[in-house]
Write a protein that binds this ligand. Structure first.
Ligand code: PLP
Length: 369
């Protein structure tokens, strides 16, 4: 990795046009709502500054998990407000937030006390999190009203945006969705008629779980859809399909015959049931390819889908290419990307697209196109 030179061709190609395209679709679906581009965890593993640059013209603000992620974005020169989805860890962050227009979520009493007791030069904009059923962060619906009023009354506080988070947004028919929506609407109705609020994420937008027209002042928090994956079981029809942003690529570095009855890889989890041809590809779990990917997980190679054959190693995987004679050393496999959705690979590995995208490791160069 010295001097940015990479001899190993394994890489994650990042498609800027696809980011623009997906952000435009988010914009279209969101209607009059404002868009919060969620770019935590290094832009879901795509490289946060690349993502920020591509989506900056399409979104009204950015969101990250915590302040260190926000500072990186601000230092790179982006002027958008940045929401801190976990809020602050200590009161030392508050002046930094006020100075940089970072907008922390306030989800518990210590955070509230710190803000109310602070002496900031500029008022802080905050997001008040209500726990409507996820039971991870936030105030109960019964407490939210009091907290809202305390924040509104404080000279330290500028705007307050009411927010909550669905626990099952990717399953449209899950009964908790309606219950959470109802609780959230009740809390909002008790506070003010013209309230800034935020409930929808990518899944809610892609399933029309929330009627945006009925939620004036809504902020939609879009993460995964910007990166081109649709997490919803039965998604609505989109004006155009989303485009995967990351294409993870690695070369074939060996091809061998394996006799019937021989096993491949650590633990011999795959055994040839016929005379087989096995290709070894230079990517492994140390690159972020999931170690739990099962035998049969698809890998895209020269226009074919070939099945993973054998346990994923640290630096390599093995695939069964017996049915294809046109594959040679140096050919490049797509582990996920436009030809093979990251969601499908995730299912074979017992996980979700978010997990795979955010776990591509630092030794895989991001190549922006
Ligand atoms: C990460 C995150 C999001 C983004 O969710 P997607 O499913 O990627 O759209 C939204 N809201 C909160 C609170 C988050 O932590």
């Amino acid at each position: 990795m010295a001097n940015g030179v990479h001899f190993r061709p394994t890489r994650a190609e990042i498609d800027r046009d696809a980011l623009h395209h997906n952000a435009r679709i988010a914009r279209q679906l969101a209607g009059d709502a404002r868009l919060l581009g969620v770019i935590k965890a290094d832009g879901y593993g795509h490289g946060v500054l690349t993502v920020a640059e591509a989506i900056s013209e399409h979104v009204d603000a950015f969101a990250v998990a915590f302040i260190d992620e926000a500072i990186e974005i601000r230092n790179a020169g982006f002027q958008h407000p940045i929401v801190l989805l976990e809020g602050c860890f200590s009161e030392a962050e508050l002046p930094v937030c006020a100075h940089h227009n970072f907008q922390p979520v306030v989800h518990q009493q210590q955070q509230l006390d710190a803000i109310l007791m602070s002496r900031m030069v500029r008022p802080l904009s905050v997001w008040l999190k209500v726990d409507t059923g996820m039971h991870r962060l936030g105030w109960s619906p019964a407490e939210a009203q009091r907290v809202y009023e305390e924040l509104k009354a404080s000279p330290q506080v500028g705007s307050v945006t009411m927010m909550s988070h669905f626990a099952n947004a990717e399953k449209q028919t899950h009964p908790l969705n309606d219950k959470q929506l109802e609780l959230f609407e009740d809390v909002c109705a008790q506070t003010e008629s013209k309230l800034d609020m935020s409930l929808a994420t990518s899944a809610a937008l892609l399933s029309s779980a929330i009627d945006m027209a009925q939620h004036n002042g809504h902020w939609v928090r879009t993460g995964i859809l910007l990166y081109g994956d649709n997490p919803v079981e039965k998604a609505i029809e989109l004006p155009e399909p989303l485009r995967p942003v990351m294409r993870l690529v690695a070369p074939v570095i060996a091809i061998r015959n394996v006799a019937k009855g021989e096993s491949v890889g650590y633990g011999g989890t795959w055994t040839a049931t016929r005379p087989s041809l096995i290709a070894t590809v230079a990517i492994g779990y140390a690159d972020g390819y999931p170690r739990h990917a099962k035998n049969g997980t698809p890998v895209w190679l020269k226009g074919h889908e070939v099945p993973l054959a054998g346990t994923v190693s640290m630096d390599m995987i093995t695939v069964d290419i017996t049915d294809f004679t046109d594959i040679a050393i140096g050919d490049e496999a797509e582990l996920w990307g436009p030809n093979l959705s990251v969601g499908r690979v995730a299912t074979h590995a017992g996980t979700i697209s978010y997990d795979l995208l955010t776990n591509v490791t630092a030794r895989v160069p991001r190549v922006t196109r």
